[in-house]
Design a protein around this ligand. Structure first.
Ligand code: NCD
Length: 337
C-alpha cells in the first residue's frame, strides 16, 4: 500500500489486512510498555489545514508508539496563512525528509492531489478532506463493530449481514461517505437516516437504503446505530427549522435508546453535540462505543502507518509487524517479562 486516500477504491483484502494488523497493534497496546521500534528513523508529518483534536492526536500517538519522529504542522500560524500553496508546503516537507504525510484539508481531493502530484515521494494518508472521505475513521468504526461482535475471534472476519444505520448530517459528512463504501465492501447492509435536506442530491451508485424516519429505522433492528455530528460550520443555509426540532425527530434520546435492540451499539465519531444529535443518556450508556472508537483509532492508525512505511520492506505477502520487541527511551530492549 503506497497511500490511504479513500475507502471507495480500497480493496476488500487491503481493508481486512489493515483491520487484522490493527488487531496485532491493539494487543501491543495492552502491554505496560506500548512503544514498538517498528518505524524508528521514519518521519511522519501531520499536516492539518482544518481544526482537529482527536484525529491529530490519534495519528501522533500512533506514529510515536511505532517510534517514528512526528512533526505537527497546522495551517494556523504557518506560512499557509501567508498564502503559501499546497505545492510549496509539500515541497518543503519533502526537502525535510518526510516519509509519510497525514493530511487534513478543507478541499475534497487535496490528499489525492498531494499523492499524485509528484511533489513528494512520501506516502499520503487522508485524515479527512472536505466532505469527501475520512478513511481511517471508517476503518476504526469497522474495527469497533467487528470487535464488539466477534471479540478476540475477530481476525479475518468481515461484516457480512451486519446492519449499520447511519443517522444525521449525511450531506456534509465525510465519515458517512467513507463508512458507506467500507462497510458495504465488508458485506454490511447500510441504511442512512436523515432529514430530506441533509441527504445528498445525487446518491446514484451509493449502495444504501435511505429512510427519513428514525423510529422506523430503529424498529428495523440495526446492529449498530452511528450518530453523525451536525456540522454547523459547513452549513451556510437553514437545513432544519430549529435545533429542538432536529433533536426531536432525528436525535437519539432516552426513549429511542430504549427502543434499540439489547445487543445493538451506539456509535459517534466525535466531537458530539450532546443534546442535539445524541443525548447524554445515549452517549454515556454501556452500549455506546464512543471511547472504544477513540482507543481503536490509535491501533488502526498504527496499522495504516505500518503498512505504508514498513509493509514493503517486510515483503509483499507478510503482514505481521515486528511487535515483539518494545522499546523504552528510544533504545531497543528485550521484553523479558
Ligand atoms: C469527524 C471529522 O472531522 O470528519 N471527526 C473526527 O474525525 N473525529 C467528524 C466530525 O467532525 O463530525
Amino acid at each position: 500500500m503506497r497511500h490511504l486516500l479513500d475507502t471507495q477504491t480500497l480493496a476488500r483484502t487491503d481493508a481486512l489486512r489493515i483491520l487484522d494488523v490493527a488487531e496485532d497493534m491493539a494487543d501491543t497496546q495492552r502491554r505496560e510498555v506500548k512503544k514498538l521500534p517498528t518505524l524508528r528513523g521514519k518521519t511522519v508529518v501531520n499536516l492539518f489545514f482544518e481544526d482537529s483534536t482527536r484525529t491529530r492526536i490519534s495519528f501522533e500517538a500512533a506514529a510515536k508508539r511505532l517510534s517514528a519522529d512526528v512533526i505537527n504542522f497546522s495551517a494556523k500560524g504557518s506560512s499557509v496563512s501567508k498564502g503559501e500553496s499546497l505545492q510549496d508546503t509539500a515541497q518543503t516537507l519533502q526537502a525535510m525528509g518526510a516519509d509519510a504525510v497525514v493530511i487534513r484539508h478543507g478541499a475534497s481531493g487535496a490528499p489525492r492531489t498531494l499523492a499524485t502530484s509528484g511533489w513528494i515521494s512520501a506516502g499520503v494518508v487522508n485524515a479527512g478532506d472536505g466532505t469527501h472521505e475520512h478513511p481511517t475513521q471508517a476503518l476504526l468504526d469497522a474495527f469497533t463493530i467487528r470487535k464488539r461482535r466477534f471479540g478476540d475471534d475477530s481476525r479475518g472476519r468481515d461484516l457480512a449481514g451486519v446492519k449499520v444505520t447511519i443517522v444525521g448530517d449525511v450531506l456534509h459528512s465525510r465519515v458517512a461517505r467513507s463508512n458507506v463504501w467500507l462497510l458495504t465492501t465488508l458485506g454490511a447492509q447500510v441504511t442512512l437516516v436523515a432529514p430530506p435536506t441533509l441527504v445528498p442530491q445525487d446518491m446514484s451508485g451509493w449502495p444504501v437504503q435511505v429512510r427519513y424516519d428514525l423510529d422506523e429505522a430503529i424498529a428495523a433492528g440495526p446492529d449498530a446505530l452511528m450518530m453523525l455530528r451536525i456540522q454547523l460550520e459547513r452549513m451556510n443555509a437553514a437545513y432544519f427549522p430549529t435545533e429542538r426540532e432536529y433533536s426531536r425527530r432525528w436525535g437519539l434520546d432516552a426513549r429511542r435508546l430504549q427502543a434499540l435492540g439489547a445487543d445493538s451499539i451506539v456509535m459517534h465519531p466525535g466531537p458530539m453535540n450532546r443534546g442535539l444529535e445524541i443525548s447524554a443518556e445515549a452517549a454515556d450508556s454501556p452500549r455506546s462505543t464512543v471511547l472504544e472508537q477513540v482507543a481503536n483509532g490509535v491501533s488502526v492508525r498504527m496499522a495504516a502507518l505500518y503498512l505504508l512505511l514498513a509493509g514493503a520492506e517486510h515483503g509483499a505477502g507478510e503482514t505481521t509487524p515486528a511487535t515483539d520487541a518494545p522499546v523504552t527511551g528510544g533504545e531497543e530492549k528485550e521484553n523479558t517479562r
